[in-house]
Design a protein around this ligand. Structure first.
Ligand code: C2E
Ligand code: MG
Ligand code: MG
Ligand code: MG
Length: 280
């Protein structure tokens, strides 16, 4: 309880995850000890093109496989990784791993698929971020057009700086998405300045479309606005067939969610990929 007063991060966690402060200390200690390439793994969730029903891309989502505590979700450790700075090596590992998986796909002769990578605030504004991305792309020798970087509205805290970073990233040839769109309480001004390709509508606006007219209006307004700005739209958290048909009616380009698939280990992604087209 004492921590609730002074330490905002801890308060946030206690509310959102019902974490005890001792759990946070434990996770922080364990995170500092973790061997990144050994204890972390990536799952991939397909993103489906609503016109063709093909899984044209997939989002990489990190999992922490702790030897005693089991599988720990990113919602429980990304904030700690940010606060401790460990997000820098973890984020680098994620991008490198994704590039290596892309290359492995190519070598296995699988159809090209775009992979998206989540960035966190501290990583994005780190002074060596752009050069790190550039060297990973070169070292791994992949076509950057197959990488999408997902940023959140939290990165609009410094629009000028963020715009500068995004132009440098676009110059490298990657695509940019705004993740969790609509949840960031930020002004929409950045939409005219940032060189972005996709808006991902947050799942909270997708969950009740079909039943709730207000949610339908928000989703359709976001889609119309995005199209007017020349952006494509991905709906996240799609769980039902009804949501899919509503989104198709709104001309939403892509969808991602449990309706299609949960995030999967890469070898399972290969397996379901070809199925997606035939089931739907
Ligand atoms: P996100 O980027 O918005 O990713 C989508 C989250 O929604 C994932 O949770 C995914 O499993 C979940 N999801 C997908 N479809 C559905 C659905 O139909 N219904 C519901 N209820 N949920 C769905 P996950 O994997 O637990 O990741 C949570 C968040 O952690 C991500 O949200 C992202 O912000 C962050 N994250 C994940 N991997 C990384 C990473 O490598 N780096 C950074 N910085 N953050 C990451
Ligand atoms: Mg994301
Ligand atoms: Mg998201
Ligand atoms: Mg989200």
């Amino acid at each position: 309880e004492a921590k609730k007063e002074g330490r905002n991060n801890y308060q946030f966690y206690n509310e959102k995850f019902d974490f005890q402060s001792s759990d946070l200390f434990l996770l922080e200690t364990e995170l500092r000890k973790a061997d990144i390439s050994k204890h972390f793994k990536l799952h991939f969730q397909p993103i489906v093109d609503l016109k063709t029903n093909a899984a044209t891309s997939a989002e990489a989502l990190i999992r922490w496989q702790h030897p005693e505590l089991g599988l720990i979700s990113p919602e429980k450790f990304i904030k700690i990784a940010e606060d401790t700075g460990l997000i820098i090596p973890i984020g680098e590992w994620v991008l490198r791993k994704v590039c290596q998986e892309l290359k492995a796909r190519q070598e296995r002769g699988l159809s090209p698929m775009n992979f998206s990578v989540n960035l966190s605030l501290r990583q994005f504004f780190d002074s060596s971020f752009v050069s790190t991305v550039a060297s990973i792309l070169t070292e791994e020798g992949i076509n950057p057009a197959y990488i999408t970087l997902e940023i959140t509205e939290s990165m609009t805290m410094d629009v000028e700086k963020a715009t500068q970073i995004l132009y440098q990233l676009k110059d490298l040839g990657v695509e940019i998405s705004i993740d969790d769109f609509g949840t960031g309480y930020s002004s929409l001004q950045y939409l005219q300045k940032f060189p972005i390709d996709y808006l991902k509508i947050d799942k909270s606006f997708i969950q009740n479309i079909g039943e709730n007219m207000d949610d339908c209006s928000i989703a359709s307004t976001i889609i119309v606005m995005a199209h007017n700005l020349g952006l494509k739209v991905i709906a996240e958290g799609v769980e039902t067939e009804e949501q899919v048909s509503v989104l198709k009616g709104m001309n939403c380009e892509k969808a991602q969610g449990y309706y299609y698939s949960k995030p999967l280990p890469l070898n399972e992604l290969h397996l379901i990929e070809s199925d997606l087209g035939s089931w739907l």
